[in-house]
Ligand binder design. Sequence first.
Ligand SMILES: [Mg+2]
Length: 366
Amino acid sequence: MRLRIEKITARVVDHPVRQDGAIVSSLGRHTASHYLVVTVQNAEGESGYGEATTAPIWSGESGETAKWMIDRFLSPLVVGATFDHPSDAVVIMDRHLHGNSFGKSAIDVALWDLWARQQRQSVSTIIADREPVRSIPTRVSIGCYPPEETTRLAEEFWNAGVRTLKFKTGVPGIDDVARLRAVRERLGSEPVFTIDANGAYTTVDEAVRAIEALEPFDLSLVEQPTRRDRLDALAAVHRRTSVPIMADEAIFTPDELEMAIELDAFDVLSIYPGKNGGFTHSLAMAKRAQAAGKRCAIGSNLETDLGQAPHVCLAASLSAFPVEEIACDLMGSLFYAESAVTPPIKLAEGRVALPTGPGFGVTPRV
Ligand SMILES: [Mg+2]
């Protein structure tokens, strides 16, 4: 079914995010979610929706710059055009604008949403290479707080049913060994521990030392220990440690993925449309990583349920995501008091349910 776009609108929306237990990482403190809601419309007045989960430190985009790029550069490429498939648009956007992955993704996701809605189908039905799983275990981020606060948060999430805890690490002045020890002492051996340094360690030696210091607390994954632009350093850490390495900031694009595969820089790929510049790219990258023998998990920039819906769709539908072994960062409900969509995405017993409606199955509330 063809897709003809009549109109694109982009609105900046502030989503109140919890301040107590806000995610603190080596990139800073996430206390505001100043995002963009993108709506695409066809001639029949049907709509598709996407979210640009913008954070300047992450992709160099803010809600306002993403809106400006969409209004000024991207909308004119898409409005009035007819596409055989939603993935056709991202090729054109990439040809005309470098970077700006979250802005492009909001349009690409909205096109997939509308295309599937036109067919009265869910996107997961269309892309699935396995029977889509109905729910996915979530992994939740615990900010880089001192041991007492870290333990309080770990206990809160554990009691809410979350079984995989991701500790942000590498913030100067915070003793990561003491934090992880305190949580193991309080919660025992059952919780799955992962760490995410967000590129905090400057050298390979520093990264390896930090990992070795935390290994006694049973790490199942080490995420992005080294600087984002140093794939060679990530590969060196990968060679020197036995804990599986997850690449996050280091791999935004399909080309970066190719380079990382060549260098054998990682075991698990953190993947999601905003980072990858579109659902189309995430889909292709998940398949490429799988073909290279890698596994995938959903990452996050603290999406609302609107941004999270395509994440759940990918993880549920593709065999590249071994969701029972590697939990996904589907933690929005734990940080936003209110859902941004209807129907809200359900999080219960630490598992996020796959929305089942047409498209990605959710519609923005405002
Ligand atoms: Mg990360």
